[in-house]
Design a protein around this ligand. Structure first.
Ligand code: IPE
Ligand code: IPE
Ligand code: MG
Length: 251
């Protein structure tokens, strides 16, 4: 089902050990622009262009889910102009790239507190999901107005409601059930990324996928997001493939 777009990989990458779910904290757009004496939003535009490039690269490598952190629940603290621009980006992105996403057989998902987004942004997200719902290739999952503490808070509230109403027994609340109630629940067996990449040299999680990354391999790269090329992506996958994943055991 997912192998349609698989193509030849750089010889060093083991095609049987490509992470199925890759999550990326796309950081450094502002600094990329500043370095070029351009306004921060020019960095966001370049970053948006790069989403297309990395989506194709991931899809062709055989990645099944690519989760991209696009806007956090904390990013509302930024100046109005910048927030306004970031809210327009999904409209522009899906407007421009939808034919290519469909040609690439990519299925778009958007997770986060979507109700709090401007109407046009919500509409763009909903249209993108609807227009690609039939696609059977890689899932391109945007985290938009997403914060993991917000996600956990919502999940805990829903679990409590379902327990009170008798839909679930408190004793049945386990690892799997919690995963299902999180915003990544729809990904089923792919909910937890094997690999989390953060660009721009920052080494922190910034409220992203706190539950899901319990055993993810973390790779921090120095490149700003617009400079994160398919080659740097492949290098990150190689780093992942050379890690010794033990999950608490001995291996
Ligand atoms: C990431 O780039 C994009 C978003 C958070 C929306 P930044 O805008 O955080 O860029 P820097 O970190 O300021 O360089
Ligand atoms: C994380 O980047 C959020 C996204 C990439 C969307 P930030 O730039 O907002 O994170 P901090 O402020 O450096 O932690
Ligand atoms: Mg940043």
């Amino acid at each position: 089902m997912f192998t349609k777009n698989k193509q030849a990989l750089p010889t060093d990458i083991d095609p049987d050990n490509v992470p199925q779910h890759v999550a990326i904290i796309m950081d450094g757009n502002g600094r990329w622009a500043k370095k070029r004496l351009m306004p921060r939003v020019a960095g966001h535009k370049a970053g948006m262009e790069n989403v297309k490039v990395i989506t194709k690269a991931a899809s062709r490598m055989g990645v099944k889910v690519l989760t991209l952190y696009a806007f956090s629940t904390e990013n509302w603290k930024r100046p109005n102009d910048e927030v306004h621009y970031l809210m327009q980006l999904p409209v522009d992105f899906f407007g421009a790239f939808m034919p290519e996403l469909i040609a690439e057989n990519v299925q778009v998902q958007v997770m986060g507190n979507l109700e709090a987004l401007p109407a046009k942004t919500q509409q763009a997200a909903r249209d993108a999901m609807a227009d690609t719902a039939q696609n059977t290739g890689m899932i391109l999952n945007f985290a938009l107005n997403y914060g993991s503490r917000d996600e956990i808070q919502q999940a805990v509230q829903q679990i409590a409601k379902d327990a009170v109403s008798g839909k679930i027994e408190p004793e049945s609340i386990d690892d799997d059930l919690i995963s299902q109630y999180l915003m990544t629940g729809f990904l089923g067996q792919y909910a937890d990324p094997e690999l989390l990449i953060r660009t721009s040299g920052e080494e922190r999680i910034s409220n992203f996928l706190l539950w899901q990354i319990a055993y993810s391999e973390l790779v921090f790269v120095d490149e700003f997001w617009p400079d994160f090329t398919p080659t740097v992506f492949e290098q990150s996958i190689l780093i992942y493939q050379h890690r010794n994943r033990r999950f608490g055991g001995l291996k």
